[in-house]
Design a protein around this ligand. Structure first.
Ligand code: C2E
Ligand code: CA
Ligand code: CA
Ligand code: CA
Length: 277
C-alpha cells in the first residue's frame, strides 16, 4: 500500500530541483567569496557637457576562482534574497570609502565623488544609517564625496522611513541619486519630498533614443523635471556620439557609458584619466 501511494503522484520536477540546487550553490559560493575576498569594485566615470569628470559609479565584480568574472546581474538578486547583500553591501561601502581616501592624493581624482548602489534590503535594515556613519568615521572619507544610488521601486515600500534615513545621512553631507529613473513608479508628490541631488536616466531610454521618438520625449521630460526640482541629470548607457548629441539637444548635462569609458579597476581608471588630460 505504501509504495502504491508513492508512485501514484509525484512532486518531483527535475528542472525545479536543478534550479533550487543552482541557487543553493550560488549562495554557498557567495558566502565563500566574501570570506575569501573574491569581490572587487570597478568604477565607471561620469562626465559633464565640457567633458569634465564629475563622478565615478562603483560597480561590484565577483572574481570567481573557476568561473572568472561573474556579473552582478547574476549574483546581486541571490545576495538580496539570501540576506548576504548586508555583509556584501558593507564591504562595498567600506571599499568605496577607502578608495575615496586613496584618491585624495591623486592629482585628478582628488575630490571625485563615488556613487554606490544600495539595495532595498540594505536601506530597510535598521542599522543602515549607523553603519554608513561608522564606515565614514573609520575610513576618514569625506561624506560629501559619497553618493548613494537608490531605485524608485525600493522607495514605494517604506517611503517615510526612507526619507528619515536619507535626511540623517544628508545632514552628514551624503548625496543621493535616483537610479534607473523612469522605469519605476515615481509619484511626483514624493519625488518632491526626497532629499535627492541627481536623477539617472535609465539606459533603456538611451538605447533606442535614435529610433524611438517616445524615448526622446521621455528624456526631455526627465530633464525638465530635474531642472524644476533642481536636480542634476545623468544619462547612463551612452554608447554612441549620436546618442550623446541627441541627449545634449534634449538638455541633458551628465553622461555615463561605453562612449566615454567602460567600467574598470581603480588602477585602470587612474591610467586612462591621466591619459585624457
Ligand atoms: P546599474 O546600477 O544600472 O549599473 C549600470 C550598468 O550598466 C552596469 O552594469 C554598467 O557596467 C552598465 N553600463 C555602463 N555603461 C554602459 C553602456 O554604455 N552600455 C551598456 N549596455 N551598459 C553599460 P553592471 O556593472 O553589470 O551592473 C548591473 C547592475 O547590477 C547594476 O545596474 C546594479 O543594479 C547592480 N549592481 C552593480 N554593482 C552593484 C553594487 O555594488 N551594489 C548593488 N546593490 N548592486 C549593484
Ligand atoms: Ca546604478
Ligand atoms: Ca542604472
Ligand atoms: Ca539597471
Amino acid at each position: 500500500a505504501k509504495s502504491a501511494g508513492r508512485s501514484g503522484f509525484s512532486f518531483f520536477d527535475p528542472s525545479m530541483q536543478a534550479q533550487v540546487r543552482l541557487r543553493a550553490e550560488l549562495e554557498a559560493g557567495l558566502r565563500r567569496g566574501l570570506e575569501q575576498d573574491e569581490f572587487r569594485l570597478w568604477y565607471q566615470p561620469q562626465f559633464n557637457l565640457e567633458g569634465k569628470l564629475i563622478g565615478m559609479e562603483a560597480l561590484v565584480r565577483w572574481q570567481h576562482p573557476e568561473q572568472g568574472m561573474v556579473s552582478p546581474a547574476d549574483f546581486i538578486p541571490v545576495a538580496e534574497t539570501s540576506g548576504l547583500i548586508l555583509p556584501l553591501g558593507r564591504w562595498i561601502l567600506r571599499t568605496a570609502c577607502e578608495q575615496l581616501v586613496a584618491w585624495q592624493q591623486h592629482p585628478v581624482l582628488a575630490n571625485v565623488r563615488i556613487a554606490v548602489n544600495i539595495s532595498a534590503r540594505q536601506m530597510q535594515d535598521e542599522g543602515f544609517v549607523t553603519e554608513v556613519c561608522s564606515i565614514l568615521d573609520q575610513t576618514g572619507a569625506d561624506a560629501c564625496a559619497l553618493e548613494l544610488e537608490l531605485t524608485e521601486s525600493m522607495l514605494v515600500q517604506s517611503i517615510e522611513q526612507t526619507i528619515d534615513k536619507m535626511q540623517v545621512l544628508r545632514q552628514r553631507g551624503v548625496h543621493f541619486a535616483l537610479d534607473d529613473f523612469g522605469t519605476g513608479y515615481s509619484s511626483m508628490s514624493y519625488l518632491k519630498r526626497l532629499p535627492l541631488d541627481k536623477l539617472k536616466i535609465d539606459q533603456s531610454f538611451v538605447r533606442d533614443l535614435m529610433t524611438d521618438p517616445n524615448d526622446a520625449a521621455i528624456i526631455r521630460t526627465i530633464v525638465a523635471l530635474g531642472q524644476s526640482l533642481d536636480l542634476s541629470v545623468v544619462a547612463e548607457g551612452v554608447e554612441t556620439n549620436e546618442q550623446r548629441q541627441a541627449l545634449v539637444t534634449s538638455g541633458c548635462q551628465g553622461f555615463q557609458g561605453y562612449l566615454y569609458s567602460r567600467p574598470g579597476s581603480a588602477q585602470e581608471l587612474e591610467h586612462s584619466i591621466h591619459g585624457q588630460r
